[in-house]
Design a protein around this ligand. Sequence first.
Ligand code: ADP
Ligand code: AMP
Length: 229
Amino acid sequence: MGDASPQVAPASSGRVIFLGPPGAGKGTQAARLAAHMGVPKISTGDMLREAIARGTPLGLQAAPLMEKGGLVPDELLIGIIQERLREDDCARGYILDGFPRTLKQAEGFESMAGGDRTAELLVFSVEVPRPELLRRLSGRRWCPRCQATYHVETNPPKREGLCDRDGMRLIQREDDKETAVARRLAEYDERTAPLIDHYCRRARFHRVDGHRPVDAVFDELKGLLEAAR
Ligand code: ADP
Ligand code: AMP
């Protein structure tokens, strides 16, 4: 990583959305860009997994849906994002990873963020061929304590099977197993991919080739961010 200090001021709005299918590298890039910009990375997947770990009512409702690779209802997601964006650390901007995922969520987000500000949003659609997505998802490992992600081949931890940050034993996410992955990709095609057309017309939208090394993708994102300021 090594990109912890903010080096640039946020883009005029400082608000970035990552679109892309599961496994495209959204979380990996969003974490690096958030550190680079000095704004929080907000991952709805992480928030839901945390709610499950804590056994909250939201977690109890989300768990069976997530495990099978389905989406959690729009109203719940719009509610948790609305609450999160009110926190002080979002004042200078934020990076959304995994939200919005449906047109209804996009509309909900636009009404809470002020529809007229959509044109300022910077939206990256990270594109990766399907066989590579399957390879990435089947090899992804995850730390249940700090939510760091690894890949058994391309991004292994320093000590096999253990998180670099806190030493926890890494696990495979239940929804990274084969049946759930098929459903998640189908949900993406049906419900999230239409957001490409939506943001193409309304925001500062860029397709990014995610089938390259992490650093190469990140360099392009930094360039696009710089150009948008
Ligand atoms: P997403 O958030 O889009 O689901 P992740 O960022 O979790 O995707 O990445 C999915 C998996 O692929 C992880 O195991 C990650 O380490 C790995 N990965 C991410 N970006 C790349 C890349 N550019 N090249 C190879 N592997 C990658
Ligand atoms: P992710 O960590 O982004 O891969 O998300 C994991 C799972 O969390 C998804 O497959 C969904 O079940 C759920 N989820 C995360 N974000 C959303 C969202 N914006 N809308 C609906 N479900 C979501």
